[in-house]
Design a protein around this ligand. Structure first.
Ligand SMILES: O=C(O)CCC(=O)C(=O)O
Length: 300
């Protein structure tokens, strides 16, 4: 089956080889040095959109092998609009509850995917992603807020009481990636092993797509293939080197925009519910992260 038809019927495709051995060593070292022996605390702010301020992450998001696979699903005109560092250090209790990306991407069309690139072995022992085959064809499912300190999702969203009997693990070797459709149900457990689980997810959409909520607050994206005839997004600058000040300025702004979209831009809750849910987020441990958004802005 082609990548496109597997994606259509299964909602997930893997493993797709992307990096050769030298590239794995290079990018793994870059990521580990950023993490500084895991002293660098990964929170909602510093896991956010690394391709906007790190040249090496931007290069990864444009890797020809990655784009070749993404194009087969979404067509030639592609925006890279988001990315997230998903690292679970050894013996880490962080987990990702069951969720559907479409609910909080809130796109106008159900066209988009995540390319999840492994920079270590990723398996059941160290908390790989699991998914439910074919769930991309199912309904939009209601999400609740779970403010557990170990929930790695920014807003703490989760689906309760989901039947996961058909779930499958996504096992990857370093340099391989998995692609999941924006509607595919997925989750991952903690990492009780002695091995780190290192991954970065890159989010792509066709240039014709855009978030249908909070339209007044335009998001940023980078054209990584083809042509953008629509200009639904502000152009994100491409960092010329890691922590390039021009890109850092855009990054800091994007943090504020993302924080507002994260808190209010999803489609699964009423406006009243959003206001009610925001209160525990602001008073929980996550408040520190959200206040950092504003601090970044002030500093920038
Ligand atoms: O890395 C994980 O464990 C979760 C990834 C995820 O939720 C995503 O890429 O959408």
């Amino acid at each position: 089956m082609s990548i496109k038809s597997t994606m259509d019927t299964n909602g997930q495709v893997s493993p797709i080889p992307v990096l050769n051995a030298e590239e794995v060593t290079l990018y793994r070292e870059k990521l580990l040095s950023l993490l500084d022996g895991y002293k660098w605390k990964l929170d909602a702010v510093n896991r956010h959109k690394p391709h906007l301020y790190l040249k090496w992450a931007n290069d990864l998001g444009r890797h020809p092998k990655m784009l070749e696979a993404v194009k087969q699903v979404l067509g030639p005109d592609l925006l890279l609009w988001y990315s997230v560092i998903f690292v679970k250090p050894p013996q880490n209790t962080g987990f990702v509850p069951w969720h559907q990306d479409s609910t909080y991407w809130a796109m106008n069309k159900e066209e988009g995917l995540s390319a999840w690139l492994a920079l270590s072995d990723v398996n059941e022992a160290n908390g790989c992603v699991n998914y439910i085959p074919g769930s991309n064809k199912g309904a939009d499912i209601k999400h609740e807020i779970n403010n557990s300190k170990d929930n790695m999702l920014h807003r703490g969203q989760m689906i309760k009481d989901l039947d996961t009997t058909t779930a499958k693990p996504i096992i990857l070797k370093p340099g391989e990636m998995s692609m999941h459709d924006l509607r595919t149900l997925h989750a991952s457990g903690p990492n009780p092993s002695d091995q780190p689980r290192l991954g970065i997810a890159f989010r792509y959409i066709p240039t014709s797509n855009f978030p249908r909520t909070l339209k007044w607050l335009k998001r940023g994206a980078t054209l990584v293939s083809g042509e953008d005839k629509f200009h639904h997004f502000v152009d994100d600058p491409v960092p010329q080197f890691d922590f390039d000040p021009v890109a850092m300025k855009a990054y800091k702004k994007s943090i504020r925009v993302a924080a507002i979209h994260t808190l209010f831009g999803d489609t699964s809750r009423s406006n009243l519910r959003k206001v009610i849910d925001t209160i525990p987020i602001l008073i929980s441990r996550k408040s520190a992260e959200y206040f950092k958004y504003w601090k970044h802005l002030k500093d920038g």
